[in-house]
Write a protein that binds this ligand. Structure first.
Ligand SMILES: [Zn+2]
Length: 336
């Protein structure tokens, strides 16, 4: 009788051997094709990740980390690079850079910093007379703007004025306090020619090329009076200073001084011939004066219309005041 145990007993042994061989083969294949764990680090703009991976390429690592790339992003080393233990992967995110060129603003998405490289990426061709800010070999920092400006030159002619001096000359034939223009001042004039540098039509600098005199400056010469004595009607009048004024006339009547006219001045002196109304800031009240065409008088009144170099001379009658009218005259402030 054949024993079935022997037959059955042999089969598990054979199965185990097959499994062991397969495992050994798988292990050898695994070692040969390099299925192993590598340590890599990834620097992606705002984070740094260290990981163990069995990925084959840089691209696979990024996929595993859910890092998606946008146009212009730069990966170093490149995505197809095979993973090796200790590999450091760096990702630089593209940001918009604006190139101001030829009146346009051209946006470029790039992680590049060098100005020359960005311009070539954007196909911006600089011409000989163009100037680039920042310089071609410089790198962009925070400010993501590159300006390519067209440089042109031109000539500009300008006129410069030379202000005139003022000179004073004492004149003994002119009353103290008065001045006369002896020579009208004239500004000098110079023509200046500049070479001007423009960038995109805007002036950025200029240099002087030539200057030529068109007109000489001529000073203003003022005669300053120093005479302190005049003769009127055979009498010498000695004075501190003279003043040229416009003089109106009044009398104590109600027409001249209003219905409440009391016949007295603001200083209490009776309004009569020999009294004048003044602007006290110009002629202090109480000053004794001689008014050409009127005679000696006392500055003893004021008037709402008497401001600056105006005076109002008082007469005893309305007719005399009317007869005076309005005159340009001189007031001599007497030596007190
Ligand atoms: Zn009157």
């Amino acid at each position: 009788m054949r024993s079935w145990r022997i037959v059955i007993g042999k089969r598990p042994l054979a199965g185990l051997a097959v499994i062991s061989i397969l495992a050994l083969v798988a292990l050898c294949v695994g070692v040969l094709v390099g299925v192993k764990t590598c340590s890599v680090s990834v620097s992606a703009w705002d984070r740094q990740i260290s990981l163990s991976t069995r990925a084959d390429t840089v691209a696979d690592v990024l996929v595993g980390l859910n890092i998606s790339l946008s146009p212009g992003d730069v990966v170093d080393p490149s995505p197809e690079t095979a993973i090796a233990d200790g590999l450091e992967i760096e990702i630089e995110r593209a940001r918009p850079v604006f190139i101001h060129w030829s009146g346009k603003s051209l946006p470029v998405f790039t992680a590049e910093n060098r100005v020359s490289k960005i311009l070539s990426m954007a196909h911006v061709e600089k011409e000989a007379n163009d100037v680039v800010y920042p310089g071609l070999e410089e790198e962009l920092t925070e400010d993501c703007i590159i300006r390519v400006a067209r440089v042109t030159y031109g000539e500009v002619e300008e006129r410069e004025e030379i202000p005139y001096d003022t000179q004073k000359r004492e004149d003994g034939s002119l009353e103290a306090g008065l001045t006369r223009v002896y020579n009208q001042g004239v500004t000098g004039l110079i023509q200046v020619l500049y070479r001007v540098r423009y960038e995109d039509g805007k002036e950025v600098s200029r240099e002087e090329k030539s200057r030529a005199k068109i007109r000489d400056m001529s000073p203003l010469i003022l005669l300053v009076g120093s005479m302190q004595q005049v003769s009127r009607g055979g009498h010498d009048i000695r004075f501190e200073r003279a003043l040229e004024v416009t003089a109106t006339a009044y009398c104590p009547c109600t027409k001249c001084c209003g219905l409440t006219a009391a016949g007295t001045t603001c200083t209490g002196v009776p309004a009569t011939k020999g009294v004048i109304a003044v602007d006290p800031r110009v002629i202090p009240l109480g000053t004794r004066v001689y008014v050409d065409g009127y005679g000696y008088a006392l500055a003893a009144d004021v008037g709402s219309a008497i401001k600056g170099s105006k005076i109002d001379v008082c007469f005893d009658t309305h007719e005399q005041a009317l007869a005076w009218g309005l005159k340009k005259t001189k007031v001599y402030m007497l030596r007190q």
